[in-house]
Design a protein around this ligand. Structure first.
Ligand code: SAH
Length: 410
């Protein structure tokens, strides 16, 4: 039943079936469900939908996925090997709707950023970073973020909502189409990192479904180790992830002791370093071919002193010993990326190198991440989009900027 003017739409716990209240009769009736966006289903879901709802063979679902993810086709009428009757059924019940590109910007170094409109009031960002022989897409999982890491620009935006599976895989689809990516021939998009806006483990089901499409042969066909989930450290969810997925794991550590880490990443209060590292050991033991990356954002005078490096080296050596594998842990040093109003500064290059040397001398595999896309604010921790904040973070941060006489035009 279409929504009539004068009807009142109320939200139910199952958001997919809104109820319409007719004010005249007071009766409740389910509204016509919105068209099913096929980007919301992973292979299993699509197979089930074809078999159980459409009464079609499962392999038809695979045909459809190839059109969607290999050919970037969203119009059922162009799917020439799908029979007319099935095309009509699909047109009547479903749609293939990618996110709406509000803006895209290229950097002089080849980095490309998309601003994607998620609904009337929210947008998020995704960034493509080409590098020798590989192309990495940095994908967002939530509109804003609720974790409030002190050095992250997304945190100042507050939190609005989780992204759907379609909105997550739609970021990969948008970049893949833009790049003319060919899944099984000339692949330009070789890696995906869930390091954009949001905490992916707080949007578990949608993220897991989207990551499964990234790795499916009928999807984007990426190898497990080329899809990386980055987390601020939700211990129980790391265990849950290890049960359902084989992706690479990156953990945002940023400090070698609990006092400092709690200051930088408030989530540490709930899941302190020892518990977090234990969860990482369990993950590594379950996934013998996957290495774990520990991210460490280098902030001048905060966490970049030699004693921090020595303490971090001890943690990493202990981790390697527990996993019983040399180089099970990798450390990725990220020079801090500044944003308007932040109290932090990037560490000096010489301090970053000295920090790296201490770790390397202790046989801890350590890399320094090069910052890319500086001219388009596309680096780690700089993604903003537009967030209709449901927390008070955005207004608190704006007030703080005003007090400092800063006008944040972005
Ligand atoms: N919520 C996930 C993904 C966040 S972004 C997580 O916490 O891992 C990916 C990485 O960028 C994280 O390690 C995050 O801590 C780091 N980061 C955030 N702000 C940053 C900044 N301003 N400069 C450098 N790295 C930053």
């Amino acid at each position: 039943m279409p929504a009539l003017s004068g009807d009142i739409v109320i939200e139910t716990s199952d958001k997919s079936i809104p109820l319409l209240v007719n004010p005249a009769s007071g009766t409740l009736a389910p509204a016509a469900p919105a068209r099913l966006n096929l980007f919301d289903l992973d292979r299993e879901g699509l197979e089930r939908f074809f078999a159980e709802t459409l009464g079609e063979k499962r392999f038809r679902a695979h045909q459809l996925m190839k059109w969607m993810y290999h050919q970037h086709v969203t119009d059922f009428s162009l799917m020439t090997d799908v029979g007319k009757a099935l095309r009509t059924k699909l047109e009547d019940n479903c749609e293939i709707r990618p996110p709406n590109v509000v803006l895209d910007k290229g950097s002089t170094d080849g980095t490309h950023k998309w601003l994607l409109g998620m609904d009337t009031s929210n947008s998020i960002e995704a960034v493509f970073i080409p590098d020798k022989g590989r192309g990495t897409l940095c994908v967002s999982s939530q509109v804003g973020c609720g974790l409030n890491c002190q050095f992250c620009s997304t945190a100042t935006q507050g939190f609005n909502r989780n992204l759907s599976t379609a909105e997550i895989i739609g970021q990969v689809w948008t970049a893949s189409r833009h790049l003319g990516n060919q899944t099984h021939k000339h692949r330009k998009l070789t890696n995906v990192v869930m390091m954009g806006m949001g905490e992916p483990l707080l949007n578990f089901d949608n993220v897991v479904r989207a990551m499964s499409l990234m790795r499916d042969d009928n999807g984007f066909g990426l190898a497990n180790k080329r899809v990386t989930l980055s987390t601020a450290g939700l211990v129980p969810m790391i265990d849950k992830l290890s049960e359902v997925s084989d992706v690479s794991l990156a953990v945002s550590l940023h400090a070698p002791d609990d006092d400092l880490r709690t200051e930088l990443v408030p989530l540490n209060k709930k899941y302190p370093i020892a518990e977090l590292l234990d969860a990482c050991v369990r993950y590594a033991l379950r996934k013998p071919r996957i290495s774990i990356t520990f991210e460490y954002t280098m902030m001048k005078g905060v966490n970049d002193k030699p004693e921090h490096a020595r303490a971090l080296a001890r943690l990493m050596r202990k981790f390697d010993a527990q996993v019983q594998r040399e180089d099970a842990a990798k450390v990725n040093l990220i020079p801090f990326n500044p944003f308007t109003g932040t109290r932090f500064e990037r560490s000096e290059e010489s301090d970053i190198r000295a920090f790296q040397k201490i770790l390397l001398d202790q046989k801890v595999l350590t890399m320094v991440r090069r910052t890319r896309g500086d001219d388009i604010d596309a680096a780690c921790g700089q993604l903003k989009g537009q967030v209709m904040d449901r927390t008070r973070r955005q207004s608190d941060f704006k007030r703080k900027l005003e007090q400092q006489g800063i006008n944040d035009a972005a």
